[in-house]
Design a protein around this ligand. Structure first.
Ligand SMILES: *[C@@H]1O[C@H](CO)[C@@H](O)[C@H](O)[C@H]1NC(C)=O
Ligand SMILES: *[C@@H]1O[C@H](CO)[C@@H](O)[C@H](O)[C@H]1NC(C)=O
Ligand SMILES: *[C@@H]1O[C@H](CO)[C@@H](O)[C@H](O)[C@H]1NC(C)=O
Ligand SMILES: *[C@@H]1O[C@H](CO)[C@@H](O)[C@H](O)[C@H]1NC(C)=O
Ligand SMILES: *[C@@H]1O[C@H](CO)[C@@H](O)[C@H](O)[C@H]1NC(C)=O
Ligand SMILES: *[C@@H]1O[C@H](CO)[C@@H](O)[C@H](O)[C@H]1NC(C)=O
Ligand SMILES: *[C@@H]1O[C@H](CO)[C@@H](O)[C@H](O)[C@H]1NC(C)=O
Ligand SMILES: *[C@@H]1O[C@H](CO)[C@@H](O)[C@H](O)[C@H]1NC(C)=O
Ligand SMILES: *[C@@H]1O[C@H](CO)[C@@H](O)[C@H](O)[C@H]1NC(C)=O
Length: 630
């Protein structure tokens, strides 16, 4: 390792002002192994680590937001990673070029530092490259769970990787492998299923994002520069909090934690997942970000995870125990628990000086810094960033490519679940494409923002057809019906609008407003009263199919008897034509509920396998139209 440097530290009070000066190791005569791509990664990591000052090491452990990234942060503090938070974009409707200009700019700032260690730029691409105008937006995970199609998930991962790389980004904070056990949780749609086995089977998305890791290979794996480093999140128990309150406490014994919430992690690790994000939540009262047993002993030890652990956004500040905890103590707890990189993401000077002081005071041992930095460097080498640090402009056409949109449309088709089809023996679906007059009601029928949900262009998502490019459900319906059919859409019809107007049937599209994270926590899970009235009113005059656009099951028990047919469409994304494909019978339904459809919220939490399981529609339920039988 050579001379490691001299630490001159004036320790006035523990954790107080320390000045650290390091003498650079004299490595000039040594071959620069870390720059040599033919060297094994372990050799490159050791070589590079041996050349680094403490400042450079701490910089690698620091992730900051793009809005505070410039020469005086990235270059001066040797920042190891930059992210775009939800909705943080170079410009409204930014082009691919504006994205790559931004990511390349940050990369240049990193590469001009002494050792030229490239950035790993990260982004939440959780249902396609969802911050980017014009990207393909796939259904949210709750819908993908209903497909039960691991091969489809792998293809979605590949498409997402290409769209993300097209903007110069090599790292995504996905997939979320939470096992949502209570749909009152605002992040429930980010979970594939309440069933750990379904969640496990969906980890094939990692194969698509990163490329399939060879079976004999251990540790982080990113196949080539058309693939991205992935992040399994949020370790662990994020989907098990009390009453589904976001970031709250998951009360469960260790076996329960392992057999439900941790179940998919060994799969993700076997696939070479590059990073794992710690959960904001607590396990039996202890914040996950401060849980050394689970992060270090279990995840890095027992499960053999060799990538790096990243914190969630400002999660260190959210460590609240012990009472009166300050930022220094919180940082001490998180880093010693095993967090390797902290998503600071704004107050990087505070973070860096606190870590320096903790190291100087020997409160964070150098062995911990070494473990963290080597894990980060390893992922950077595996991701090929030293060889190809900049955006590949030739990938530009992948963003929102027609083949990706076709894939998303297929995903929509496979994710829809048919819950009811007709009263008595008379089925309504498939609908007659040749009907002379068709009524479509509900604002959700013609709104890209509503059908995409949260984490779309902005963090919380927003209504509107100008948010990005795509096909609304209404547009898909218009494309499906015969040229002679008259389609009437009324977003907010007056009572009785369906009466005596000669409509052959109505398609009633209802749902939730967009939300993300804690803003989506909801203790009543009701459909708005205006939508309930719309269903009752419309269905009283004309045969109706209700299409529900929502991030989770909602209470429908009292109104489902009014509906002739009922389809759960979840949050389908930009390719609304996939909904019409199903309603008009271009394909038969194959989606099966990834969650239990409860009757009343007072039943929650209620999951498949529970005693007293009394759902409206059980986990795994899903009807077919029986197209082949006709
Ligand atoms: C760089 O960004 C910081 C915020 O992190 C800001 O305070 C500073 O003025 C910026 N410096 C330059 C040179 O733009
Ligand atoms: C490219 O990035 C630089 C640095 O952030 C910025 O000043 C410039 O306006 C950007 N140009 C375009 C075309 O986005
Ligand atoms: C859980 O939520 C309750 C109610 O909001 C709050 O009082 C409590 O502090 C939260 N617990 C944790 C661990 O976040
Ligand atoms: C933070 O809390 C620790 C432990 O309670 C204490 O020793 C330290 O002085 C505090 N530091 C600051 C900067 O308040
Ligand atoms: C940065 O930290 C200071 C106190 O250390 C706090 O007042 C401020 O709100 C923090 N800023 C952000 C963006 O978190
Ligand atoms: C559709 O309806 C038109 C008249 O409204 C009729 O001429 C045509 O044959 C119908 N096509 C099918 C496939 O039923
Ligand atoms: C963004 O694009 C939408 C169309 O999708 C357009 O309506 C809107 O005006 C554009 N906004 C800006 C700021 O360019
Ligand atoms: C979309 O239109 C709404 C309402 O006109 C406007 O407030 C919003 O800024 C627009 N969004 C974009 C991305 O242009
Ligand atoms: C249900 O909960 C949501 C989220 O807290 C709230 O906005 C809404 O008003 C509630 N609805 C009813 C009917 O209580």
């Amino acid at each position: 390792m050579g001379i490691r440097g001299v630490v001159l530290c004036v320790l006035a009070v523990v954790l107080q002002s320390c000045t650290i000066a390091e003498v650079r190791a004299d490595n000039d005569e040594k071959p620069i192994l870390y720059k040599d791509a033919s060297q094994p990664v372990a050799v490159r990591v050791s070589d590079l680590y041996g050349r680094m000052t403490l400042d450079e090491k701490i910089g690698q452990m620091t992730q900051i937001e793009i809005t505070v990234s410039n020469e005086s942060s990235v270059s001066k503090y040797y920042i190891g990673s930059v992210l775009s938070g939800g909705g943080s974009v170079p410009a409204t409707n930014a082009t691919v070029h504006q994205w790559t200009n931004m990511t390349d700019y940050v990369q240049r700032l990193a590469l001009k530092t002494r050792l030229g260690i490239p950035e790993i730029y990260g982004i939440d691409a959780v249902h396609g490259h969802n911050n980017v105008y014009g990207a393909t937006i796939f259904p949210h995970n709750i819908g993908l769970g209903c497909t039960r199609d691991p091969a489809l998930l792998e293809r979605i991962g590949s498409a997402t990787a290409l769209e993300v790389r097209a903007t110069g980004i090599p790292y995504v904070f996905a997939p979320c492998i939470a096992v949502c056990r209570d749909p009152r949780w605002g992040r429930c749609y980010e979970s594939y299923s309440e069933d750990p086995e379904v969640v496990r089977s969906m980890t094939t998305i990692i194969d698509g994002l990163q490329g399939r890791s060879p079976a004999d290979r251990e540790g982080p794996y990113v196949q080539n520069s058309r693939k991205v480093a992935a992040c399994a999140k949020h370790f662990v128990g994020d989907g098990g909090t009390t009453n589904g309150i976001d970031e709250n406490n998951t009360v469960i014994d260790y076996d329960g934690l392992v057999n439900i919430h941790m179940k998919a992690y060994p799969d993700a690790i076997a696939k070479g997942v590059s990073t794992v994000m710690a959960s904001y939540s607590s396990w039996n009262g202890i914040k996950m970000h401060a849980n050394r047993f689970l992060l270090t002993d279990v995840l890095k030890g027992q499960l053999g995870f060799k990538g790096f652990i990243i914190s969630d956004w400002q999660a260190v500040e959210r460590i609240t125990d012990p009472p009166g905890v300050n930022y220094t103590l919180a940082t001490y707890l998180a880093l010693n628990a095993g967090v390797d990189m902290v998503m600071v993401p704004y107050n990087y000077t505070d973070f860096i000086s606190v870590v320096k002081n903790l190291v100087a005071a020997k409160q964070i041992p150098m062995s911990r810094i070494e473990d963290a930095v080597k894990r980060i460097l390893r992922v950077k080498f595996e991701t090929g960033l030293f060889e190809k640090p900049y955006a590949d402009e030739s990938l530009r056409s992948f963003l929102g490519a027609p083949s990706h949109r076709a894939l998303a449309r297929e995903a929509v088709r496979k994710s829809l679940v048919l819950l009811k089809n007709g009263k008595g023996s008379q089925s309504l679906l498939p609908l007659n494409k040749n009907a002379t007059k068709i009524l479509i009601v509900g604002a959700h029928a013609d709104d890209l923002g509503l059908q995409c949900g949260g984490w779309t262009i902005t963090w919380q998502g927003q209504a509107g057809n100008n948010i990005t490019k795509g096909t609304t459900i209404l547009k898909g319906i218009k494309q499906s019906v015969s040229a002679n059919s008259k389609v009437v859409h009324l977003a907010k019809p007056r009572t009785g609008a369906a009466k005596n107007k000669g409509y052959e049937y109505a398609i009633v599209v209802v749902g939730e407003e967009p939300y993300a994270e804690m803003y989506g926590d909801n203790m009543n899970l009701t459909l708005s009263s205006s939508y309930q009235e719309l269903i009752k009113d419309t269905c009283s005059y004309v045969k109706c199919v209700v299409v529900m656009v929502s991030g989770r099951p909602l209470v429908v028990e009292p109104i489902v008897s009014h509906m002739d047919a009922f389809v759960a469409a979840w949050l389908p994304g930009t390719e609304g034509a996939g909904v019409a494909d199903m309603l008009f019978g271009r394909y038969d339904f194959q989606g099966k509920l990834s969650r239990t459809w409860f009757k009343r919220v007072d039943q929650l939490p209620m999951n498949v396998g529970d005693q007293n399981y009394d759902p409206l529609y059980p986990f795994g339920f899903g009807l077919k139209m029986g197209l082949n039988d006709r």
